[in-house]
Ligand binder design. Sequence first.
Ligand code: TXA
Ligand code: MG
Length: 352
Amino acid sequence: MLTRYIKVNSLNLEPEKIEETAKILKEGGLVAFPTETVYGLGADAFNPQAVRNIFKAKGRPQDNPLIIHIWSNEQLDKLVKNIPQKAHVLMNNFWPGPLTVVLPKKEGVMSEATSGLDTVGVRMPDHPVALKLFQRSGVAVAAPSANISGKPSPTGGLHVLKDLAGKIDVVLDGGSAKVGVESTVVDCTGEIPVILRPGGVTKEEMEEVVGEVLLDPALHRKTFKPKSPGMKYSHYAPDGIMYLVVGKSIKSLAEKLADISMKRYQAGYKVALLAFEDTLALIGEKPYIKLSLGSRDNLSITAAKIYGLLRQCDRLKIDFIIAEGCPRKGMGLAVMNRLEKASGGKIIRLQD
Ligand code: TXA
Ligand code: MG
C-alpha cells in the first residue's frame, strides 16, 4: 500500500486536503492525524473491517480496546448508555482536551473497537485538524496512538511515517504534538472516578472540579490486574536497554547516573544519559551522549519531549539509556508512568 503523506497547516486548515482525507476515512481507510497529545491512527468506529485493519497495521493485541474520538457532544448518544454527573463535569471542564472518559457503552458500538468490554473510552481531542477531519468525515473515529505496538508514541508526522509507511492510507502531518503524552484515561462507571492511565490532564486538575479521584492500584502495584487492558503490555520501549534511576537527592542521582553510564560506556557500548538540566550540570562533561529532560520545575516540557528523546535514542542506535526519574506529582505522574514502562520496570531506587 502506498501511504500518502500530507502536510496541513493547522491555522488555515487547507480545506481541500482535509476534505480529501475525510473522504478516505469515511470510506473505510486508515488515516493518521495529529492531536494535542500524540498522533492517532483513525478509522470509522462503526466499520468492523476498518477497525480490524488498525490492529493489523499496528500489530496491536486484540484485547486492547481503542478510544473513540468525537468532535461534538451530540455523538455521545450513539456511543454511551448514560453519563454520570461526575463524567459530565469532567467533560465540560476538559473537553476538547487530553482526557478519555470510560463509560458504559451502548449496544451497537462494535466489540472490534472495545475488545468485547461493556464500556467504551471516548475523547474529544483539542486539535483543529483532528476536529475538522472528524467533522468532515461525519464518523466517530476509533484511534489508538499511531505507532507500532510497543514502541514510543509518535509526536510528529514523520514518527508515524517511520513506523507505519506502507501499512496505512494517509499521514496527515499537522506539526508536533504539544502535550506529548497521551490522554488521561479515567473510568467514570463507578461512584468515584478512577485514573486508569495518567496523562495530559493531571489528577490534581481533575480533583479541583470533581473532588476525590482515585488511581487504579495497578499503577503502583504490579501484582494487581490492571483494569485498562493496555496497561499490561510492554509499552513505549526504545530499542536499547533502559534503566530508570529514582531518588530524592540530586547529588546522589547525579553520582549514580554518571557511574552507571560511565561503566557501560567503558565496556564499549553506545550510552545515552537522560537527565534534568541541574543534574546534567552536576555531572559535567562526559564522553557519552547526554540528553536533557528539561527543568524539573516544568514537567510539561519534559512530557512534550519524552517520546521524541526515546525515538532519538533509536535513531542514534543507543545500546543503553540511563534515565532520571521525577516525583509523581502533576505531570510527573504521567512522565514517570511512561519512563517506567519504557524501562520495562528496570528501576534503581536510591535510598537518600
Ligand atoms: O491521547 C490519546 O489518548 C491518544 C490519542 C491518539 O487520542 N490515543 C491513545 O490510544 O493513546 P491508545 O490506544 O494508544 O491507548 C488507549 C488506552 C489503552 O491503555 C486502552 O487499554 C485504554 O486506553 N482503554 C480504551 N478503552 C478502554 C475501556 N473501555 N476501558 C478501559 N481502558 C480502555
Ligand atoms: Mg498507544
